[in-house]
Structures are given as structure tokens and as C-alpha cells.
Design a protein around this ligand. Structure first.
Ligand code: SF4
Ligand code: SF4
Length: 482
């Protein structure tokens, strides 16, 4: 993709937070509280509430969501999925992948900046706590470089204890998504010796989350996240991204008056009315770089490290306001739009891709809503043929397995369709389906010999609960050759 950088693409050869010798450069992002930051903050409260609250919501005694990979039990929106629903899971995954691709092609990294748990936790929780305890970006840097005084020990200890407690809460929530709130509460309240695996998992998750948010930070997005790595192939010149308007901004020009007090460059900017003559609107104040949590300069063009957090938009808007220029030098735009000086609008491409996304979601929704709540496997007992009974009937023995995917337990009876004279004789107690479980049983079907048109009948068998047919299966019925 074309870079806005006029001179060089050298920045693409190395990561923004690593020195030439491979040493990590710790990033101290400056916090700018603009319009988008406010919106993101409100949105993050909603998401954090959902993230921490969802594992504790139940629908008819079932969790709203459960991803129990160990027991292969999955619940989405209160609907339980079993290994037998593999086709739905496969289609769901396929839809998800296509959705991600199309969504990214149109809207770039909106997900990363606004909704990804990594960004939400890092920027809206851990970062805020860090600023609250250690002060702004410059105070943090000073504290890190200062010798170990009582103040530094107190601040660092307080910060890391709070980080650890939040990591512990996240670990518990994460586990609740896997095993459900009841099992999680059992781990907390029961004899620890009965829940060694659960406790070890909590400890491991806690340390992993603590490490990620206290130390690893932006490297998750830059180095680890596969979605981030895919951006290079998913984005094109029409994708909506956080972009610097290089047509308007270049050639960038320094302020007329350099500030001595670089602790507050915005205060100095207020004295200025417009950028240097014959220059673009970018006054090269580098505040957009200072606020970037991944340490990049958005003026270099689209970069893998940009998580679309919009901090640079807020920062530059604030600068443009001070220098009395229109806002939006950095904004949501496509590269094509910037090159042609076009405003972002809902075009045919966005419409077509959105229609495909809606269609896919519609099909998935239809499949989910029309999913059969009962799944039956009916087999003639292996190794047996037929038996002739005294009263002139022929009987076959069957084994039945019924998976009840619904949220209710129910009694069930069995009926043979098309053969009114056929009788079903259950072996043992009447069948009672337990919710979420497989019920097994055996029964004979007896058909009068005179009603057998051929020695291998094809039967349709219905399962009935109340007055409702809940499933229908086909089977064969063997009889004598006559
Ligand atoms: S904040 Fe705006 S004006 Fe300042 S360097 Fe960045 S793009 Fe240029
Ligand atoms: S370049 Fe701007 S949008 Fe991208 S990560 Fe940095 S601050 Fe956020």
C-alpha cells in the first residue's frame, strides 16, 4: 500500500518498539481525552460490563454462553450445541471467518480499536490505573528512570498489586466461560484438594493475564495476534482506516516558535494562529506519535502496528483546534479517499459487502432457529434378524438413542407411521428424555405377517411428546421370504 511518507519507507523494516539491537523500547503513551476517547470509554464500560457479567447470566438454568472445550459442550445465547451439531459449528466458523475478512476489508481495524478485549483491558483499565498511580506519560518515564526510593517502591507495589488482582478477576471470568459459574463457585467454596486442576488453571491464567497487561502489552497486537498479522493482506486502498491526510498535511512544517517547555506543547500552540507559510497543515508537533500506544507515526501511512485506537485522531484534532485549522487531518478515511480528496461515504462496495455479511448471518440464524431439538439414532439390534410370534406377528428388536438438546425434560412415546397395525413394545420403563442428555432404550416393533408386503419393509418411526411429533427417523423391518 502506498505510504504517505515522502522520503523513506525505512520504518517498515523494524518494529516501532524495538531498537536496532533488538531491545524493547517501553512505550509511554500520552493520554488525550478527545471526543473519540470519550466515546470509547463509554463503549468500554458497556463491553466490560458484558464481559464480566455474561458468565453469570442464566437462561432456564443454562448459562448464556459456555465454551467447554474439555467436555465438548457449547452454549450460545442459551442454546446448547453438541458434537452432533458439528455442521452448524462448521458453518458458524466459516461465516465467522468470511465475516472477519469482509468486515476488515471494509472497516479496517475498527474491531481492534473499539471492541477487542486486549485493547479494552489495556487502554481502558490497566492504562488508566497506571496513570492514576504513576501520573502522566512523562511522570511514568521519570519514575522508571529514578532510583528506588520509598515513593517509587510504594507506587510500583500498589500498581502491580492492583494489576494482579484484576488479572485474577479476569482469570476467574475467563474460566467461568469455560466451565460455567457453578463449577467456578465450587472451586472457590469446596475443599481445594477436590479442584486441583481448576485452581492450577486459575493461577496459570492469572499469571498469563498479569504478564500480558503489565509487561507484554502492545506486543500482543504487533507480534502475536493473527488478526493483526493478516491486516497486510486484508486491507486495500478503499478500506476505512485511521489515516493521515498527507495531501492536506504535507509538506509538514515546524512551529514558528520552538517551545522550551516541552512538557506542555499545547500551551505554546495556543499562541499560534497558523502553520508556517507554504507548508501543509501538519505542524510536526509529533503529539500524534506521543499518544500512540504502539509507538508509531501514523503520518508514515498504513502500518501493521496501528490498532485503530483513534488516539491520534483526538490528538491531532486538538492541535488543529489550537492552530485554527479544520479538524480531521488524521481521521477515518480510505487511502483512495485521501488521494482523491473525497469524503467518506456509503458506496456500492460497502453496500454489497454489507449485504453479503447480512445474508450469511441470516442463513446462520435460520439454521440455528430451525435446528431440531431432538436427535434420534435408531438401529435394528445387530446380529438379530426377525422373530415370528405365536399370534401371527413378526417382530424386530431395535436400539434407540435420543439426544435431547432442548431445555426441558419430557416423556416420549414411539409410533410407526404408515402401518396402523404395527405395535411398539418397549423393553423396560417408558422413555423419559432428560434435558441436555442422551437417553437410550430398546423396543420391539411387531407387525402382523399378513400386512407385510415384502420381507424388507421401510418404516418411518415418529417420536411423540405430548401431542407433538418431535422427531422422525427411518429404519428397516425384516420378515420371512414369502
Ligand atoms: S498531531 Fe497533527 S499536526 Fe501534530 S504532528 Fe501529528 S499530524 Fe502533524
Ligand atoms: S496510529 Fe493512531 S490509531 Fe493507530 S495505534 Fe497509533 S494512535 Fe492508535
Amino acid at each position: 500500500m502506498k505510504s504517505a511518507n515522502i522520503n523513506t519507507d525505512e520504518f517498515r523494516d523494524h518494529l516501532s518498539n524495538v531498537t536496532d539491537t533488538g531491545k524493547r523500547i517501553w512505550i509511554y503513551p500520552r493520554i488525550v481525552k478527545g471526543q473519540l476517547y470519550k466515546l470509547r470509554t463509554y463503549f468500554s464500560w458497556l463491553l466490560l460490563g458484558l464481559l464480566f457479567g455474561i458468565p453469570f447470566i442464566e437462561v432456564d438454568g443454562n448459562p448464556l454462553f459456555l465454551f467447554n472445550v474439555l467436555e465438548r459442550k457449547f452454549i450460545f445465547f442459551g442454546v446448547t450445541f453438541f458434537p452432533q451439531d458439528f455442521h452448524l459449528v462448521a458453518f458458524g466458523l466459516l461465516t465467522f471467518i468470511v465475516f472477519i475478512i469482509l468486515f476488515t476489508v471494509i472497516f479496517g481495524r475498527v474491531w481492534c480499536g473499539w471492541a477487542c478485549p486486549q485493547t479494552i483491558f489495556m487502554e481502558m483499565l490497566f492504562r488508566k490505573i497506571e496513570v492514576w498511580i504513576e501520573g502522566d506519560y512523562k511522570a511514568q518515564k521519570r519514575l522508571d528512570e529514578a532510583p528506588w526510593t520509598t515513593e517509587k517502591i510504594l507506587k510500583k507495589t500498589a500498581k502491580h498489586i492492583i494489576f494482579f488482582i484484576i488479572s485474577f478477576l479476569i482469570a476467574n471470568t475467563f474460566l467461568a466461560y469455560i466451565i460455567g459459574k457453578h463449577d467456578l463457585l465450587a472451586i472457590m467454596t469446596d475443599n481445594p484438594l477436590n479442584h486441583i486442576t481448576g485452581l492450577v488453571s486459575i493461577v496459570i491464567f492469572t499469571f498469563v493475564f498479569y504478564f500480558v497487561f503489565a509487561k507484554f502489552r502492545e506486543l500482543v497486537c504487533i507480534v502475536v495476534c493473527p488478526y493483526g498479522r493478516l491486516q497486510g493482506v486484508l486491507l486495500d486502498k478503499k478500506s476505512i482506516i485511521v489515516a493521515y491526510d498527507f495531501i492536506r498535511g504535507e509538506p509538514r512544517g515546524k512551529l514558528k516558535k520552538e517551545t522550551k517547555d516541552d512538557r506542555n506543547p499545547l500551551a505554546e500552540l495556543q499562541a499560534l494562529t497558523k502553520p508556517v507559510e507554504n507548508k501543509g497543515h501538519c505542524i510536526d508537533c509529533s503529539i500524534c506519535v506521543q499518544v500512540c500506544p504502539t509507538g508509531i507515526d501514523i503520518r508514515n501511512g498504513t502500518q501493521l502496528e496501528c490498532i485503530g485506537c483513534t488516539a491520534c485522531i483526538d490528538a491531532c484534532d486538538e492541535v488543529m483546534e489550537k492552530v485554527k485549522q479544520p479538524k480531521g487531518l488524521i481521521r477515518y478515511a480510505s487511502l483512495d479517499g485521501i488521494e482523491k480528496s473525497e469524503k467518506l461515504s456509503f458506496n456500492l462496495r460497502i453496500g454489497a459487502y454489507t449485504a453479503v455479511l447480512t445474508l450469511l448471518l441470516g442463513i446462520l440464524g435460520y439454521l440455528l432457529l430451525t435446528r431440531n431439538e431432538v436427535e434420534t439414532t435408531l438401529l435394528r439390534t445387530p446380529g438379530l434378524t426377525y422373530q415370528e410370534e405365536k399370534g401371527g406377528g413378526v417382530s424386530n428388536l431395535y436400539n434407540i438413542e435420543i439426544l435431547n438438546k432442548s431445555r426441558e425434560s419430557m416423556p416420549v412415546s414411539i409410533r410407526v407411521v404408515d402401518y396402523p397395525s404395527a405395535v411398539v413394545k418397549l423393553i423396560g420403563k417408558p422413555l423419559q428424555l432428560t434435558k441436555g442428555e442422551i437417553t437410550k432404550g430398546s423396543f420391539f416393533i411387531v407387525i402382523p405377517k399378513k400386512d407385510m408386503e415384502n420381507p424388507n419393509l421401510k418404516l418411518k418411526v415418529e417420536l411423540i411428546s405430548g401431542n407433538e411429533v418431535i422427531d422422525q427417523v427411518k429404519t428397516s423391518f425384516l420378515g420371512p421370504m414369502e
